[in-house]
Design a protein around this ligand. Structure first.
Ligand code: IPE
Ligand code: IPE
Ligand code: MG
Length: 235
């Protein structure tokens, strides 16, 4: 089986999953966070090298305060759990997105987690928090414009590679496979630049129910695709 090197996941459907069970939305988020632990381990066991998950979008701040507070509390706790998982699986963790809007203690925990796991090579986990693809491109353009202004960079030196190297995902190969759970057929502002040639896989299964067998189905579907770039078969 051909295992994709980089899998990106839009973890969707926590709220609907909880509602079906007559539970509050935040219960769905708690189960969703637990499931992330399972999928990280399965991905590592399968030999996936990069896993990027969408945990909180720039648009998610518009949700009711109670839900946003619940999600932030969960993130705060998750950073601790994640350190244990990272040590066990020799996993490096990078948070992508604009961290400056997060509470200071969460920012501190992120820096700690990133520093402590930086050299691990087992699997690389990227967690997208306060992440929006358009916002990432906007921040990248600003950085490049500043460099042009100071003379550090000439505008004609801005190639696609230079842009990639100034995104939050700098140094990470583009996703081979994007998975979105719970029956929504859109990208929702995720990795707009990086998904240019990724294979897309959508499933009706809600994130808390997305288990190893569902991950295998996604990889099997990926295996059945003939990847082409401009109509040319993959080398
Ligand atoms: C995904 O589940 C998790 C986050 C966006 C934080 P949702 O909360 O979007 O669940 P649904 O889509 O409302 O069911
Ligand atoms: C996308 O899910 C964002 C995350 C999974 C973090 P949403 O549930 O927020 O997306 P839309 O609004 O349905 O497109
Ligand atoms: Mg949703």
């Amino acid at each position: 089986m051909n295992i994709p090197q980089h899998v990106a996941i839009i973890l969707d459907g926590n709220g609907r999953w909880a509602k079906k069970k007559g539970m509050p939305r935040n219960y769905g988020h708690i189960q969703g966070a637990k499931n992330l632990e399972v999928i990280i381990e399965e991905s590592h066991n399968l030999g996936i090298k990069y896993l990027t998950v969408y945990a909180f979008s720039t648009e998610n701040w518009n949700r009711p305060k109670e839900e946003v507070d619940g999600l932030m509390k969960l993130l705060r706790n998750y950073m601790k759990t994640c350190l244990k998982t990272a040590t066990k699986n020799r996993m490096s963790v990078r948070v992508i997105g604009d961290k400056s809007r997060l509470d200071e203690d969460i920012q501190k925990r992120i820096v700690e987690l990133e520093n402590l796991t930086r050299d691990y090579e087992g699997i690389h986990l990227q967690i997208a928090i306060n992440y929006g693809g358009r916002d990432e491109i906007r921040r990248c353009i600003r950085t490049l414009a500043d460099k042009v202004n100071t003379g550090e960079l000439l505008s004609e030196e801005i190639t696609e590679d230079v842009i990639s190297n100034h995104l939050d995902t700098s140094g990470i190969p583009d996703p081979d496979l994007l998975i979105r759970t719970c029956n929504e057929l859109r990208i929702s502002n995720f990795l707009l630049w990086q998904l240019a040639y990724s294979e897309l896989y959508f499933t009706e299964v809600a994130w808390p129910d997305f288990d190893k067998s569902e991950l295998m189905k996604a990889i099997e579907s990926f295996n059945g695709r003939s990847r082409k770039y401009g109509g040319v078969e993959e080398q």
